[in-house]
Design a protein around this ligand. Sequence first.
Ligand SMILES: Nc1ncnc2c1ncn2[C@@H]1O[C@H](COP(=O)(O)OP(=O)(O)OP(=O)(O)O)[C@@H](O)[C@H]1O
Length: 273
Amino acid sequence: MLEVTGLRKLYEGSGRQVEALRDLTFRLEAGELVCVVGPSGCGKTTLLKCVAGLLRPTEGSVALDGTPVTGPRPGLAVVFQEYGRSLFPWMRVAENVELPLRQRQSIPKAARRARVAESLEAVGLAGVHRAYPWELSGGMQQRVAIARALAYEPEVLLMDEPFAAVDAQTRADLEDLVRGLWRERGMTVLFITHDIDEAVYLGERVLVLSASPTVVLDDVPIQLPVRRDQLTTRADARFTGLRSRVLELVRQGGGAGAGAGDEPDGRVAKDMR
Ligand SMILES: Nc1ncnc2c1ncn2[C@@H]1O[C@H](COP(=O)(O)OP(=O)(O)OP(=O)(O)O)[C@@H](O)[C@H]1O
């Protein structure tokens, strides 16, 4: 179980103070897939970094299975938006995926290789072991980043707007990949996005964050079938109802100003702080 309690983050420096997070409390049961949605600048990346142990909160705590998360730790893997910066261009795909496993002396080389092969196969990239990242499309590179996280066999997979930089069709395919992997592997997934449609399509729950100073506005259960598909789920009246509810919450929370600024497809406009 992942527990976030009273999380506050104040950035100080360059003569200014920014209260990125005011007071966030929520929890994820083991094996849940939860999306966090909120307007640009509300502190989503800050939240994810605190949960991953990459950033120390000013107040509050993060705990995984009752143990405080105070730094990067086994069991937590992160996939960031910028796959171009998270993969090493001079390493082949298989080497990139294997890299975090090399730090684990306890895993013999043959087992590492097997995990790499299995993870690449799981993301539909069985044939690209020897390619370099720059030889692949953006969507394929993000699959490699996901494979790297999977090879680590995390209990909790943290994803920070991982599909924001790919085209719509690739994004839909990657969303289905994440749901499929979640179903098959039983991992806990915390998925951060500013796209309301994506949050409702992917999540079993959606946590809605307010604009800064940031708090959790609501925790919306997504009562849609476990098996979803892009055409029928998005056309389902329950989906459109949930989408409207989350959009309304984001607006109430100051995310869409006076109601203007949200994109027609449900993305929260980048400029509405
Ligand atoms: N290292 C830092 N130093 C100072 N302020 C920061 C730092 N990182 C983030 N901030 C500020 O904290 C606030 C939240 O930033 P954060 O990147 O977490 O938001 P976000 O919701 O992920 O934004 P976006 O959706 O645009 O990616 C912003 O006002 C940002 O300027």
